[in-house]
Ligand binder design. Structure first.
Ligand SMILES: [Zn+2]
Length: 321
Protein backbone atom coordinates (compact mmCIF):
# COMPACT_ATOMS: atom_id res chain seq x y z
CA UNK A 1 0.00 0.00 0.00
CA UNK A 2 2.81 2.36 0.96
CA UNK A 3 4.50 1.53 -2.31
CA UNK A 4 1.43 2.60 -4.28
CA UNK A 5 1.23 5.84 -2.33
CA UNK A 6 4.88 6.63 -3.03
CA UNK A 7 4.54 5.98 -6.73
CA UNK A 8 1.35 8.06 -6.82
CA UNK A 9 3.31 10.83 -5.13
CA UNK A 10 5.96 10.53 -7.78
CA UNK A 11 3.36 10.89 -10.54
CA UNK A 12 1.80 13.95 -8.91
CA UNK A 13 5.24 15.38 -8.30
CA UNK A 14 6.11 14.98 -11.96
CA UNK A 15 2.88 16.61 -13.06
CA UNK A 16 3.65 19.52 -10.75
CA UNK A 17 0.85 19.07 -8.24
CA UNK A 18 1.37 19.12 -4.49
CA UNK A 19 1.39 15.81 -2.63
CA UNK A 20 -0.26 16.57 0.65
CA UNK A 21 -2.22 13.43 1.57
CA UNK A 22 -5.06 15.66 2.79
CA UNK A 23 -5.18 17.58 -0.47
CA UNK A 24 -6.87 15.99 -3.48
CA UNK A 25 -5.42 17.02 -6.83
CA UNK A 26 -7.78 18.96 -9.08
CA UNK A 27 -8.71 16.34 -11.70
CA UNK A 28 -9.08 18.99 -14.40
CA UNK A 29 -5.56 20.31 -13.88
CA UNK A 30 -4.11 16.84 -13.44
CA UNK A 31 -5.61 15.67 -16.70
CA UNK A 32 -4.39 18.56 -18.84
CA UNK A 33 -2.41 17.37 -21.80
CA UNK A 34 0.32 19.21 -23.61
CA UNK A 35 0.08 20.52 -27.16
CA UNK A 36 3.03 22.13 -28.93
CA UNK A 37 2.37 24.52 -31.81
CA UNK A 38 4.56 26.50 -34.21
CA UNK A 39 3.09 29.87 -35.34
CA UNK A 40 1.05 32.07 -33.01
CA UNK A 41 -2.07 31.86 -35.16
CA UNK A 42 -2.23 28.10 -34.53
CA UNK A 43 -1.44 28.56 -30.81
CA UNK A 44 -4.42 30.90 -30.67
CA UNK A 45 -6.78 28.32 -32.20
CA UNK A 46 -5.64 25.61 -29.77
CA UNK A 47 -6.14 27.96 -26.80
CA UNK A 48 -9.62 28.87 -27.99
CA UNK A 49 -10.76 25.36 -28.85
CA UNK A 50 -8.81 23.35 -26.25
CA UNK A 51 -9.74 25.64 -23.38
CA UNK A 52 -8.96 24.33 -19.88
CA UNK A 53 -8.09 20.85 -21.05
CA UNK A 54 -4.96 21.80 -22.91
CA UNK A 55 -1.59 23.23 -21.96
CA UNK A 56 -0.42 24.96 -25.14
CA UNK A 57 3.22 25.71 -25.81
CA UNK A 58 3.69 27.97 -28.83
CA UNK A 59 7.24 27.91 -30.16
CA UNK A 60 7.19 31.07 -32.27
CA UNK A 61 6.49 34.31 -30.45
CA UNK A 62 6.03 37.88 -31.70
CA UNK A 63 8.38 38.97 -34.48
CA UNK A 64 9.56 35.42 -35.23
CA UNK A 65 9.81 34.47 -38.91
CA UNK A 66 8.57 30.87 -39.43
CA UNK A 67 10.32 30.56 -42.82
CA UNK A 68 13.71 30.92 -41.11
CA UNK A 69 12.96 29.37 -37.71
CA UNK A 70 15.14 26.45 -36.68
CA UNK A 71 14.18 24.19 -33.79
CA UNK A 72 16.49 24.53 -30.76
CA UNK A 73 17.47 21.67 -28.44
CA UNK A 74 14.86 23.06 -26.01
CA UNK A 75 12.20 22.88 -28.72
CA UNK A 76 13.02 19.24 -29.38
CA UNK A 77 12.45 18.55 -25.67
CA UNK A 78 9.11 20.36 -25.86
CA UNK A 79 8.13 18.27 -28.88
CA UNK A 80 9.04 15.11 -26.98
CA UNK A 81 6.89 16.11 -24.01
CA UNK A 82 3.83 16.83 -26.19
CA UNK A 83 0.78 14.67 -26.74
CA UNK A 84 -0.01 16.49 -29.98
CA UNK A 85 1.96 18.79 -32.27
CA UNK A 86 0.25 21.21 -34.66
CA UNK A 87 2.07 23.06 -37.41
CA UNK A 88 0.96 24.96 -40.51
CA UNK A 89 2.60 22.85 -43.20
CA UNK A 90 2.81 23.74 -46.93
CA UNK A 91 6.53 24.35 -46.28
CA UNK A 92 5.92 27.36 -44.05
CA UNK A 93 8.15 25.94 -41.31
CA UNK A 94 10.65 24.91 -43.95
CA UNK A 95 13.70 24.67 -41.68
CA UNK A 96 11.80 22.41 -39.28
CA UNK A 97 10.79 19.85 -41.89
CA UNK A 98 13.21 17.19 -40.64
CA UNK A 99 12.37 17.46 -36.97
CA UNK A 100 8.62 17.49 -37.68
CA UNK A 101 9.01 14.41 -39.85
CA UNK A 102 11.04 12.70 -37.11
CA UNK A 103 8.46 13.57 -34.44
CA UNK A 104 5.59 12.23 -36.52
CA UNK A 105 6.81 8.71 -35.71
CA UNK A 106 6.33 9.09 -31.93
CA UNK A 107 3.78 11.85 -31.37
CA UNK A 108 0.70 12.72 -33.33
CA UNK A 109 2.01 15.53 -35.55
CA UNK A 110 -0.58 17.37 -37.62
CA UNK A 111 -0.35 19.99 -40.35
CA UNK A 112 -3.49 22.09 -39.83
CA UNK A 113 -3.70 22.69 -43.58
CA UNK A 114 -3.54 19.06 -44.66
CA UNK A 115 -7.26 18.58 -45.21
CA UNK A 116 -7.92 21.93 -46.88
CA UNK A 117 -9.20 21.31 -50.40
CA UNK A 118 -6.17 21.85 -52.66
CA UNK A 119 -8.31 23.66 -55.23
CA UNK A 120 -8.68 26.49 -52.68
CA UNK A 121 -4.92 26.94 -52.34
CA UNK A 122 -2.78 29.28 -54.40
CA UNK A 123 0.21 28.11 -56.40
CA UNK A 124 2.22 31.22 -57.24
CA UNK A 125 4.53 30.51 -60.20
CA UNK A 126 7.56 31.93 -58.38
CA UNK A 127 7.15 29.40 -55.54
CA UNK A 128 8.21 26.53 -57.78
CA UNK A 129 4.92 24.73 -57.94
CA UNK A 130 4.39 24.66 -54.17
CA UNK A 131 1.30 25.94 -52.42
CA UNK A 132 1.37 29.36 -50.80
CA UNK A 133 1.28 28.61 -47.05
CA UNK A 134 -0.13 31.97 -45.78
CA UNK A 135 -3.79 30.96 -45.83
CA UNK A 136 -4.65 32.58 -42.48
CA UNK A 137 -5.22 35.88 -44.29
CA UNK A 138 -8.37 34.58 -45.89
CA UNK A 139 -10.36 34.25 -42.68
CA UNK A 140 -12.75 31.72 -44.25
CA UNK A 141 -9.80 29.46 -45.11
CA UNK A 142 -8.33 29.74 -41.63
CA UNK A 143 -11.71 28.63 -40.28
CA UNK A 144 -10.94 25.27 -41.88
CA UNK A 145 -7.83 25.03 -39.70
CA UNK A 146 -10.08 25.61 -36.68
CA UNK A 147 -12.27 22.70 -37.81
CA UNK A 148 -9.20 20.51 -38.24
CA UNK A 149 -7.89 21.26 -34.74
CA UNK A 150 -11.37 20.72 -33.24
CA UNK A 151 -11.57 17.32 -34.92
CA UNK A 152 -8.10 16.23 -33.80
CA UNK A 153 -8.66 17.31 -30.17
CA UNK A 154 -12.06 15.58 -30.17
CA UNK A 155 -10.54 12.37 -31.45
CA UNK A 156 -7.61 12.50 -29.02
CA UNK A 157 -9.74 13.30 -25.96
CA UNK A 158 -13.15 11.97 -26.95
CA UNK A 159 -14.68 12.41 -23.47
CA UNK A 160 -14.63 16.14 -24.06
CA UNK A 161 -15.80 16.25 -27.67
CA UNK A 162 -18.84 18.34 -26.81
CA UNK A 163 -16.68 20.99 -25.16
CA UNK A 164 -14.31 21.20 -28.13
CA UNK A 165 -17.24 21.52 -30.53
CA UNK A 166 -18.92 24.24 -28.49
CA UNK A 167 -15.61 26.15 -28.06
CA UNK A 168 -14.95 25.86 -31.78
CA UNK A 169 -18.44 27.02 -32.65
CA UNK A 170 -18.02 30.10 -30.48
CA UNK A 171 -14.63 30.88 -32.02
CA UNK A 172 -15.86 30.25 -35.57
CA UNK A 173 -18.75 32.67 -35.00
CA UNK A 174 -16.21 35.34 -34.06
CA UNK A 175 -14.19 34.54 -37.18
CA UNK A 176 -17.29 34.86 -39.35
CA UNK A 177 -17.76 38.34 -37.88
CA UNK A 178 -14.08 39.07 -38.48
CA UNK A 179 -14.38 38.08 -42.14
CA UNK A 180 -17.34 40.43 -42.55
CA UNK A 181 -15.41 43.21 -40.84
CA UNK A 182 -12.39 42.85 -43.15
CA UNK A 183 -14.69 42.80 -46.18
CA UNK A 184 -16.53 45.92 -45.06
CA UNK A 185 -13.34 47.82 -44.34
CA UNK A 186 -11.76 46.78 -47.65
CA UNK A 187 -14.84 48.02 -49.48
CA UNK A 188 -14.24 51.51 -48.10
CA UNK A 189 -11.41 51.70 -50.63
CA UNK A 190 -12.30 52.09 -54.29
CA UNK A 191 -11.03 49.01 -56.14
CA UNK A 192 -8.23 50.92 -57.92
CA UNK A 193 -6.85 51.98 -54.52
CA UNK A 194 -6.69 48.43 -53.26
CA UNK A 195 -3.03 47.79 -53.93
CA UNK A 196 -1.04 46.26 -51.10
CA UNK A 197 2.76 46.39 -51.22
CA UNK A 198 4.56 44.56 -48.42
CA UNK A 199 7.99 43.20 -47.50
CA UNK A 200 7.27 39.63 -48.56
CA UNK A 201 4.48 37.84 -50.40
CA UNK A 202 2.36 36.84 -47.41
CA UNK A 203 -0.87 38.48 -48.55
CA UNK A 204 -1.95 36.62 -51.69
CA UNK A 205 -4.89 34.93 -49.94
CA UNK A 206 -5.82 38.25 -48.39
CA UNK A 207 -5.72 39.85 -51.85
CA UNK A 208 -7.86 37.17 -53.41
CA UNK A 209 -10.45 37.16 -50.62
CA UNK A 210 -10.80 40.91 -50.18
CA UNK A 211 -10.08 42.25 -53.66
CA UNK A 212 -6.54 43.62 -53.35
CA UNK A 213 -3.76 43.55 -55.89
CA UNK A 214 -0.77 42.36 -53.89
CA UNK A 215 2.96 42.84 -54.39
CA UNK A 216 5.72 41.63 -52.07
CA UNK A 217 9.35 42.64 -52.36
CA UNK A 218 10.60 39.23 -51.30
CA UNK A 219 8.88 36.12 -52.56
CA UNK A 220 6.55 33.76 -50.73
CA UNK A 221 9.38 32.76 -48.41
CA UNK A 222 11.75 35.22 -46.76
CA UNK A 223 14.54 32.69 -47.27
CA UNK A 224 15.34 34.35 -50.61
CA UNK A 225 16.76 37.88 -50.29
CA UNK A 226 15.46 40.60 -52.60
CA UNK A 227 18.01 41.86 -55.13
CA UNK A 228 18.60 45.36 -56.51
CA UNK A 229 16.56 44.48 -59.61
CA UNK A 230 13.58 43.51 -57.39
CA UNK A 231 13.82 46.83 -55.52
CA UNK A 232 13.93 48.80 -58.78
CA UNK A 233 11.04 46.89 -60.36
CA UNK A 234 8.84 47.41 -57.31
CA UNK A 235 9.81 51.10 -57.11
CA UNK A 236 8.81 51.58 -60.76
CA UNK A 237 5.46 49.88 -60.10
CA UNK A 238 4.79 52.12 -57.08
CA UNK A 239 5.78 55.33 -58.87
CA UNK A 240 3.79 54.53 -62.02
CA UNK A 241 0.68 53.54 -60.10
CA UNK A 242 1.15 56.43 -57.63
CA UNK A 243 0.64 54.14 -54.65
CA UNK A 244 0.59 56.28 -51.49
CA UNK A 245 1.78 53.74 -48.94
CA UNK A 246 3.69 50.47 -48.52
CA UNK A 247 3.84 48.31 -45.41
CA UNK A 248 6.56 46.77 -43.26
CA UNK A 249 5.98 43.50 -41.44
CA UNK A 250 6.68 42.69 -37.80
CA UNK A 251 8.57 39.49 -38.63
CA UNK A 252 10.65 40.81 -41.56
CA UNK A 253 13.51 43.34 -41.53
CA UNK A 254 12.38 46.86 -42.54
CA UNK A 255 15.66 47.60 -44.32
CA UNK A 256 14.62 46.35 -47.75
CA UNK A 257 11.38 48.35 -47.82
CA UNK A 258 13.32 51.47 -46.80
CA UNK A 259 15.43 50.83 -49.92
CA UNK A 260 12.24 50.67 -52.01
CA UNK A 261 11.05 53.95 -50.51
CA UNK A 262 14.36 55.59 -51.44
CA UNK A 263 14.24 54.14 -54.96
CA UNK A 264 10.70 55.49 -55.43
CA UNK A 265 11.93 58.93 -54.35
CA UNK A 266 14.69 58.81 -56.97
CA UNK A 267 11.92 58.32 -59.54
CA UNK A 268 10.31 61.56 -58.42
CA UNK A 269 7.46 60.11 -56.32
CA UNK A 270 7.00 59.91 -52.55
CA UNK A 271 5.66 56.77 -50.93
CA UNK A 272 5.02 56.50 -47.20
CA UNK A 273 5.63 53.52 -44.95
CA UNK A 274 1.95 53.06 -44.08
CA UNK A 275 2.58 51.15 -40.88
CA UNK A 276 3.51 47.72 -39.62
CA UNK A 277 1.48 44.65 -40.51
CA UNK A 278 1.50 41.33 -38.70
CA UNK A 279 2.10 38.79 -41.42
CA UNK A 280 3.63 35.52 -40.20
CA UNK A 281 3.65 36.30 -36.46
CA UNK A 282 1.15 37.90 -34.10
CA UNK A 283 1.81 40.89 -31.82
CA UNK A 284 2.87 40.87 -28.17
CA UNK A 285 0.87 38.77 -25.76
CA UNK A 286 -1.60 40.83 -23.80
CA UNK A 287 -2.07 43.36 -26.63
CA UNK A 288 -5.04 43.16 -29.04
CA UNK A 289 -2.62 42.20 -31.83
CA UNK A 290 -1.42 39.25 -29.75
CA UNK A 291 -4.47 37.31 -30.94
CA UNK A 292 -5.37 36.19 -34.45
CA UNK A 293 -8.55 38.29 -34.47
CA UNK A 294 -6.65 41.33 -33.22
CA UNK A 295 -3.84 40.98 -35.75
CA UNK A 296 -6.23 40.68 -38.68
CA UNK A 297 -8.20 43.71 -37.50
CA UNK A 298 -5.01 45.67 -36.97
CA UNK A 299 -3.85 44.84 -40.49
CA UNK A 300 -7.02 45.86 -42.30
CA UNK A 301 -7.37 49.04 -40.21
CA UNK A 302 -3.73 49.98 -40.92
CA UNK A 303 -4.06 49.22 -44.64
CA UNK A 304 -7.28 51.15 -45.12
CA UNK A 305 -6.11 54.13 -43.07
CA UNK A 306 -2.92 54.47 -45.12
CA UNK A 307 -4.43 53.84 -48.56
CA UNK A 308 -7.67 55.76 -48.21
CA UNK A 309 -7.53 59.06 -50.12
CA UNK A 310 -8.49 62.40 -48.58
CA UNK A 311 -11.86 62.27 -50.32
CA UNK A 312 -12.83 58.86 -48.94
CA UNK A 313 -11.35 59.34 -45.44
CA UNK A 314 -14.52 60.82 -43.92
CA UNK A 315 -15.81 57.75 -42.05
CA UNK A 316 -13.39 56.29 -39.57
CA UNK A 317 -13.79 52.85 -38.08
CA UNK A 318 -14.11 52.10 -34.42
CA UNK A 319 -11.99 49.21 -33.36
CA UNK A 320 -13.28 46.68 -30.88
CA UNK A 321 -11.50 43.51 -29.99
ZN1 LIG B 1 5.67 34.31 -44.95
Amino acid sequence: MQKIYISLCLVVLLTGIGCDPKEKPDPLVAEKYRVVTTIGMITDIVKNVGGERVEVIGLMGPGVDPHLYKASAGDVQKFKSASLIFYNGLHLESKMGDILAKMSGDTKTIAVTDTVDRSLLLTPPEFEGQYDPHLWFDVTLWMKAVGKIRDVLSEFDSDNTLMYWSNAERYLAKLTELHEYVKEQAERLPSEQRVLVTAHDAFNYFGKAYGFEVRGLQGISTATEAGIADVQALATFIAERRIPAIFVESSVSTRSLEAVKAAVKSKGFEVEIGGELFSDAMGNEGTPEGTYIGMVRHNIDTIVKALVGESTASSSSTTEY
